[in-house]
Write a protein that binds this ligand. Structure first.
Ligand SMILES: [Zn+2]
Ligand SMILES: [Zn+2]
Length: 440
């Protein structure tokens, strides 16, 4: 597309379109974040040394609540078990933006040898386990406490409000319990006042400390389990016509499901996987059994594709069964949705991320097959989730230690940039008056 002269003038003008007040706020945020370096590291080490499993984040929640209260925020505790929500009302009217940090640790015995390494033991689903912040959520909490401190100090200059969501149980609740982002939403975390956008981050060694990465639209996978029960009619293996054979029907269903990804989904838009991982039927060679059971997993990166796959699995399995007189019951676990970065919000906020990290330190990520329960918020309101690098300079990319490893650690130089990133994202979002009305 050719640009006319007027458009060039507009583009040049816009290079300086940050108002003096906004520029002043940006400088103040950076200065306040730099001054917090030691405090944020101290919080992080304290939380790291006292990790708590999902839905058991009592000490962490108390520490968070106490700090938010000391900042003069309106604080709600006990949300979705141990969640803490703080509301910072800015000095001027405007939209409400939410920032989220997850607080839970994992049943892992820490082997980093760090001076503040965890020696905590806990109980997980009846077994005694070590407890470790092996996913780096200690960093997320410390960063968000830093952001709360920075923005509270500048509240008079904020045109809108910031809701701080300290969420329990990102990793998944123990058997028989509920929790996490979904329960926080059910308990109204996005209401009163109504949140219009949400930001969150995750640390890892994929990127160097001082860098960030993101992906527009489908960023991290949605994962669901499905179960298919085929009810036939038992008979002698020598007289199959006297019954309905669920083994043959099950085999046909497995084959038919292969056509979903290969023939019925536009995989140029986003990849998808449908895997049948288990097929259980029968006990003896000469009995046609009563039932067969299939179960599998679905991975998708696009909410529409996810919905289509659910419909197709149900339709195909039911129709193949019906064609032979069997009853088929399909159950698809809701699982975790796609971590879906709203395209217009992403486009609007990425310049802020580049300002904080530098243009050449913000990368477009590959799709990530892991799942994140931040996705539940993104189903409700436009959201932007990004990764921050935590790999020390002397560690090569191929030596990067994955999250959930007992050796996982991060370079604490990543913390202050994280504080700046979330603070500036919130400030810039509020200064822009929110996302605007255009629908996507
Ligand atoms: Zn994790
Ligand atoms: Zn995590």
């Amino acid at each position: 597309m050719r640009k006319n002269r007027l458009q060039y003038v507009w583009i040049l003008a816009c290079l300086w379109c940050t108002s003096p007040a906004q520029a002043e706020l940006k400088t103040a945020i950076n200065r306040a974040a730099d001054a917090l370096n030691d405090q944020v590291i101290a919080w992080r080490r304290d939380i790291h040394a006292h990790p708590e499993l999902s839905n058991r984040e009592f000490r962490t929640a108390a520490l968070v609540a106490e700090h938010l209260q000391s900042l003069g925020m309106q604080v709600q505790t006990g949300v979705a078990h141990t969640g803490v929500v703080g509301l910072l009302t800015g000095g001027r009217p405007g939209p409400v933006v939410a920032l989220r940090a997850d607080m839970d640790a994992l049943p892992v015995v820490e082997k980093t040898g760090l001076p503040y390494a965890s020696t905590v033991r806990g109980e997980y689903e009846g077994a005694e386990v070590g407890v470790m912040h092996a996913c780096g959520h200690d960093n997320h909490v410390a960063i968000l406490l830093g952001v709360a401190t920075v923005l509270s100090g500048l509240r008079d200059q904020l045109p809108g409000s910031v809701k701080f969501i300290f969420q329990p149980d990102e990793e998944g609740a123990p058997k028989g319990e509920t929790g996490g982002a979904r329960q926080m939403i059910e308990e109204g975390v996005l209401e009163n006042p109504s949140v219009s956008a949400i930001f969150g981050l995750h640390i890892g060694q994929q990127g160097l400390a001082g860098s960030a990465s993101f992906r527009e639209r489908g960023f991290m996978a949605s994962a669901q389990r499905f179960d298919i029960l085929i009810k036939g009619r038992q008979t002698h293996g020598a007289r199959p016509w006297a019954g309905i054979d669920p083994v043959v029907i099950g085999a046909q269903i497995v084959s038919a499901l292969q056509t979903i990804v290969s023939r019925q989904i536009d995989i140029t838009a986003a990849p998808a996987v449908v895997t049948v991982g288990a097929f259980h039927a029968g006990i003896r060679n000469n009995i046609v059994p009563e039932t067969a059971q299939l179960s599998g997993t679905i991975r998708t990166f696009d909410p529409l594709v996810r919905k289509q796959i659910h419909e197709k699995i149900t339709r195909i399995a039911t129709a193949v069964g019906q064609a032979q007189g069997a009853e088929v019951v399909v159950e698809i676990d809701p699982g975790v949705p796609v971590t879906y970065n709203h395209p217009r919000l992403t486009a609007k906020m990425v310049p802020t991320l580049r300002e904080v990290y530098g243009r050449d330190k913000v990368y477009i990520s590959e799709r990530v097959t892991g799942a994140e329960d931040f996705a539940f918020y993104q189903e409700q309101v436009p959201g932007f989730f990004f990764f921050i690098g935590g790999r020390p300079l002397d560690v090569l990319p191929e030596e990067a230690i994955p999250n959930h490893s007992p050796f996982f650690y991060v370079d604490e130089g990543a913390l202050v940039p994280g504080v700046k990133a979330l603070s500036q994202l919130a400030a810039d979002y509020l200064a822009a008056g929110g996302l605007g009305a255009t629908s996507d």
